[in-house]
Design a protein. Sequence first.
Length: 356
Amino acid sequence: MNRKALLSVGLTVLLGAAMAAAGCNRGDPSTAGASGGTAPVVGVDYPRSDTDFWNSYIKYVPQYGKELGVDLKTTNSQNDIATLIANTQTFISQGVKGVVMAPQDTAAIAPTLQQLAGKKIPVVTIDTRPDTGDVAMVVRADNRAYGTKACQFLGTKLGGKGKVVMLEGGLDSINGRDRTEAFNECMRQKFPGITVFGEATDWKGDVAAQKLQTRLASDPDVRGVYMESSFALAGTLQLLKQKGRQVPPTDPRHVFVVSNDGIPEELKDIGAGLIDATVSQPADLFAKYGLYYVKAAIDGKTFQPGPTDHGSTIIQVRPGLLEDQLAAPLVTRDGAAIGGEASVKYDDRTLWGNAG
């Protein structure tokens, strides 16, 4: 065989090998990202790591990232909007194809969402909903229902009379506003004989403890506490213990406590009789469906309002903005309905707080 023939055979072999390699790397279309055959890179900003709820969310994100076939870049904004904006710029410089975030200041994030939209980087917000601007999907629970369920529980337990303290979250957040407004509206309409003391805490446990201590000193006959998040759990229990108010519900000194989150510690405290109820918002499903929807957006998929295949409902919040409202059940010690609200028993294995 002459030199020219040898070169021809060699080129044919190399071309065949290259084509075979290309075929092996096409990837499964169901897991292919925008780069076609490789996992899409998604930026996930953790909103904070100083609560058990958000630490649980942080634990679930890599688990579902692997399950859904996305590569992750992660940051932590530590409840600071300026840090979240800076973290988003880092994601852009890293070439992410989508972003999952949970902005605690739901108004100030608007310019950043607009910037990402201009770069065609889809965004999914979990837990919170932006006041303005569009995202590919909002993944949260019905936070107004949180406030209503807490109201129904406390109002019924108190027989429609007495005083309760509401330890409000940050009112710069849609979550804080939804829970606060719904609780107040429900009390006014259904339990007008109950006085509500609203205490702003900005989602800070030390602030909540200080304000509750002051309120209990001026109104020792308070019979109920609504904590809009488990951030206030430790301080509340410590104060009630100090004041000799950690007694069974049959004792007139008992203070009925309702929380929001469904962390393992809350479930244990319900079983021990230290608090009375919580609303379990799904840290695991926030992680799963935040990544699910951002991957779908990267792949060009869209959704419509209506029931989902995972037991929730997508609603249209405003034109161009959809929200998947995941289930968030009321959790009590006996699992019985109260005040027209169904509840789940604290040790039910379907609760994410019992999964570990």
